[in-house]
Design a protein around this ligand. Structure first.
Ligand SMILES: [Zn+2]
Length: 148
């Protein structure tokens, strides 16, 4: 996925980086058609070391979605090491505090040699700062990898 290459480049191996995955609903299937990186919306999103996305960024983001007619399907961000568990900050600060929103965490600042879903963390927001963990290969197949 191109988004991984972008996250790798923008993180420079030193910083966490992230993006929203966007697309359109097509019946029961939602397909990610594009993404937008946090630092395109909020130029200081990565400066604190961890990701801090600000109100200005959200305002720009909603404008972008409205103009393109896109819906937010998920967000993705990187972690420094192999660990893709949610930090307490991740749990307390859903990028989209909407029940059913999907958050994806990619290890090693996205410097994974070949991008597959193994080693990636997938979390479903249940509301009230609670999350359900989805194993990459589990039956619900919340996220299906496609190359585009
Ligand atoms: Zn995190």
């Amino acid at each position: 996925m191109r988004v991984i290459l972008q996250l790798r480049r923008r993180g420079g191996g030193r910083r966490e980086s992230g993006a929203f995955l966007l697309g359109r609903q097509q019946g029961r299937i939602t397909r990610v058609t594009t993404f937008v990186c946090y630092d395109d919306l909020d130029s200081v999103a990565y400066q604190a070391g961890a990701i801090a996305f600000h109100a200005d960024g959200y305002a720009a983001f909603w404008k972008y979605c409205r103009e393109k007619g896109l819906a937010v399907l998920a967000d993705v961000h990187t972690h420094p090491g192999d660990g893709v568990g949610q930090s307490s900050i991740d749990q307390r600060n859903p990028m989209m505090p909407i029940v059913g929103h999907t958050a994806i965490i990619v290890p090693k600042f996205a410097r994974t040699s070949s991008w597959s879903l193994s080693g990636v963390g997938i979390y479903e927001y249940l509301g009230d700062f609670k999350w359900r963990t989805h194993a990459p290969g589990d039956k619900t197949r919340r996220v299906v990898l496609t190359l585009w």
